[in-house]
Design a protein. Structure first.
Lengths: 660, 169
């Protein structure tokens, strides 16, 4: 009954989305307020029905109703409750349902909180949202219905893939989807602007918070996924340049560019056409990511053969939306009026450079992701493009970008003074050089690039601090005045500083981890001691334990340093009976920002076990960086000008005045 | 600066960055790409020792031998040819005799494939895509491998790395 209700709710949502796709547009053409307002109610109702449908699938999973194919294939009655819930999106059908639920959530939010939008703009935006929604509802209903019943219900399910039975599944996909799908809003705004043929600074002010929200979630989602891969896959890697990862990185790069170009448009009314194009590209890359991950192109090009409808269907959606939006762009973009002139050396110029480098870096990733696929289809030979390719291409471009980052916020709008900025960044530059010298001396000339990269990271962090110092006049004026000014600084200035500093922090973490990571692989018996990076790791013993849906072998290690006991680490190896597969649960010991990492291999007959021990210096900085960036994004989001929002009727403005 | 000059500066800058990126990509394509081969392709093409490639096939049942200090050797077969593989380190959780495997490394002077990475990316029904395709082409395809379990947001990959550089990469 629940399954049928869920299915029915999804069909109703499709119906509502179809109405929402057409009626508001007719309303806008006829300038009929009532028809345009249909968008608002249908968007909210859509959210309600998709939410109900999603909830139905969650309930089926929680109740372990194995008469539903999706539950049978991905759940087990003995599975802990958390994984029964997260297992809902740990499979193709469920994750697509999560995708449309989040799409409906964003549509609903625009409908609910978009009261200050011009009526016709809101109608257009919601209509475009509904086009996307209709396409994906159709996709789910036609090719990947999660509510399919099995004629003869089995007694027990096949369990969820053990690697996915982790808290990471609860956080990573929803965050990532909030990011991916969140960019649909800026896409819809861009299409709406093209259809209306009208775009101004206020448009950018409406779009920016939505882009920022999506960007924050995507940043956190990618970081979370990377940390999950790091501790779950058992060999301490945190980024693999795997096509699935690239699929999330590309919208992030384009979205970061969009964030910055929308700023230029909002403040200076320039770069309009480019901002529109970026909005379209960012969401197109999100769609491409969905296609790459969900169509099976990556795990097997021949998934088209086993289930041709799915891949072809998403490809069709992809072509329709990307092709359609780009043609619309080509047709209408010239009619948009250009505004705001600026000199090449200016804040705008710096942001253009940022956009240039980000989009080119994104294009490089896109090339590396699609080239092997294209080669396989066209020339019929297989190859892989891995980390070496990206180290040679992506890394130099990003290094260039990082070098420019501290200059951007310090240049004036319209026409900047590069020499003056250089003088003010002197302290940051010196800090970077000192860091290079220290890293060089400490590593005694081992790696050449690593100290340079660390210096770059320090320069970026110091540059972010310099910007705040300059704005508050911390060194020049009395402390109390500086403090007062700091309080008066717009939160977006703080946000910029935090986000930029986060880049430097992440870079330092990446460089330290990859350069000075030490590894010890050996077979160990009871009471054997391994030495790594100054730590003594002693194997105390092995024992077995029964978990809810698995058995595990735990190894207990005593960690000490200079004879002083620090902690006990217990990595384990779990074998899941239902799927007949096993996972390695690594044990982590955090010391400052560094980590000790132990994972287990196979046990021999004589009681010895293969053990992999890593010491990863400053590895946590890799994820603290993105967290800082996201924090900066949130600060920026809470900035007064975004809270107060775009131009409102005079009455509303007056009401807000006393808040100052 | 006139409007035209400004525009030319920006366009010139864009072209410079694009040219830089293109140069970087072309340079990287020359030597950072790793090709995929099966044992019979290796036998046909006489791959030079020291040239890195990915070897895919099935682990020959009964060929797995464990030596001292985590050294392992096994044979990778694809029905027509076999190739001995030497590896040092921990094999991935899903490594089994008779199952698909992908190893990355290079041939040594004796024709033994020295692997520094062994990848087994499958569960009980799924095998590495490259291996499946290669086997299909040669007609050694078992239908039951085709039923591929759909993963979640992250692919279920387990990897074993043999040397420090491998772990970094």
């Amino acid at each position: 009954m629940i399954a049928e209700s869920g299915h029915y709710a999804l069909v109703l949502a499709l119906g509502l989305a179809l109405i929402q796709s057409i009626v508001p547009l007719i309303g806008a053409r006829l300038a009929d307020a009532a028809l345009m307002n249909v968008a608002r109610s249908t968007a909210l109702a859509q959210l309600l029905f998709v939410g109900a449908s999603f909830l139905a699938l969650v309930m089926l999973h929680v109740n372990s109703d194995f008469s539903v194919a999706n539950v049978y294939e991905n759940s087990h009655s003995m599975k802990p409750l958390l994984y029964k819930i997260t297992g809902v999106w740990g499979n193709h059908e469920g994750s697509m349902l999560l995708w449309v639920s989040i799409l409906a959530l964003f549509g609903g939010l625009v409908a609910a909180f978009g009261n200050n939008l011009p009526l016709s703009l809101r109608a257009h935006v919601l209509a475009v949202q509904a086009w996307i929604a209709s396409a994906f509802y159709l996709f789910i209903l036609v090719t990947s219905n999660p509510f399919l019943r099995i004629a003869n219900p089995p007694i027990e399910g096949r369990d969820l893939n053990p690697v996915l039975q982790d808290i990471g599944l609860a956080v990573h996909p929803p965050m990532l989807y909030l990011g991916y799908v969140g960019f649909s809003i800026s896409f819809s705004f861009a299409i709406a602007a093209l259809m209306e043929g009208r775009i101004d600074a206020a448009w950018a002010r409406w779009v920016r918070p939505w882009t920022l929200v999506a960007w924050i979630f995507l940043t956190l989602g990618i970081a979370m996924g990377s940390y999950w891969a790091y501790y779950e896959l058992g060999w301490g890697g945190w980024w693999f340049w795997d096509p699935v990862e690239n699929a999330s990185l590309m919208p992030w790069l384009a979205g970061t560019a969009l964030l910055h170009s929308a700023l230029v448009m909002e403040k200076r009314n320039a770069l309009k056409v480019w901002t529109i194009l970026l909005s379209i590209l960012t969401f197109s890359l999100s769609l491409l990511g969905t296609f790459l991950v969900r169509s099976g192109v990556i795990t097997s090009v021949h998934a088209f053969a086993t289930d041709p409808t799915r891949g072809v269907f998403i490809l069709l959606i992809l072509c329709l939306f990307i092709g359609g939006s780009l043609s619309l762009f080509a047709g209408r973009a010239t009619s948009l009026k250009q505004g705001g002139l600026f000199a090449p050396i200016s804040r705008e110029g710096a942001l253009v450079l940022n956009n240039l480098l980000l989009t080119v870096a994104c294009a490089v990733v896109l090339f590396g992701t699609l080239y092997p696929l294209a080669m396989e289809m066209l020339a019929d030979f297989k190859m892989s493009v891995g980390a070496p390719f990206y180290n040679l291409t992506f890394a130099p471009l990003f290094a260039l970008l990082l070098l420019a980052v501290p200059f951007g916020p310090m240049l004036a709008w319209k026409r900047g003074d590069l020499l003056g900025v250089m003088q003010r960044l002197l302290a940051a530059g010196v800090a970077g050089l000192v860091a290079i010298a220290i890293a060089w001396g400490w590593a005694s000339g081992g790696a050449t690039l690593a100290p340079l990269a660390i210096g770059l990271g320090v320069f970026v962090i110091a540059g972010a601090i310099t910007d705040i110092v300059e704005r508050t006049g911390l060194v020049r004026v009395p402390f109390a005045t500086a403090l007062h000014r700091a309080r008066g600084l717009p939160r977006s200035a703080w946000g910029t500083a935090f986000a930029h500093a986060g880049l430097g922090v992440a870079l330092i973490g990446i460089v330290c981890e990859t350069t000075w990571n030490s590894e010890h692989i050996a077979t160990m018996k009871q009471n054997d001691v391994a030495h790594i990076a100054g730590y003594d790791v002693k194997l105390d013993g092995l024992f077995q334990r029964q978990g809810p849906n698995y058995r595990e072998m735990i190894a207990e290690f005593k960690i000490s340093r200079d004879g002083e006991a620090i902690s006990v680490m217990t990595p384990s190896k779990r074998s899941f009976t239902t799927r007949g597969s096993s996972t390695t649960e690594a044990a982590l010991l955090t010391r400052g920002a560094s980590q000790l990492y132990i994972s287990l291999g196979d046990a021999n007959a004589d009681g010895a076990i293969a053990v992999r021990i890593y010491h990863k210096p400053l590895v946590l900085l890799i994820w603290w960086g993105p967290v800082l960036m996201a924090f900066g994004g949130m600060l920026s989001l809470s900035d007064r000008r975004l809270r107060v929002g775009a131009p409102k009727p005079a009455r509303a403005k007056q009401r807000l005045q006393p808040a100052e | 600066m006139t409007r035209k000059q400004r525009r030319m500066t920006i366009i010139g800058g864009s072209l410079a960055v694009l040219a830089l990126a293109a140069a970087l990509v072309l340079n990287a394509l020359r030597d950072s790409i790793v090709f995929f081969s099966t044992p019979s392709m290796v036998a046909e093409k006489h791959v030079a020792p020291g040239k890195r490639f990915r070897l895919g096939g099935l682990v020959q049942p009964g060929s797995l031998q464990r030596g001292d200090n985590l050294a392992v050797s096994f044979e990778v077969a694809d029905g027509n040819a076999k190739l001995p593989v030497a590896y040092k380190g921990i094999l991935p959780d899903l490594f089994r005799e008779g199952q698909g495997v992908v190893a990355e490394g290079a041939l040594d002077a004796n024709g033994v494939f020295k692997a520094d990475t062994v990848l087994a990316k499958h569960d009980e029904t799924y095998m590495p895509k490259d291996v499946a395709d290669a086997l299909k082409k040669q007609g050694h395809w078992k239908d039951d491998y085709g039923a591929q379990a759909s993963g979640g947001a992250k692919p279920a990959a387990t990897t074993a790395q043999g040397n420090p550089q491998g772990a970094v990469r």
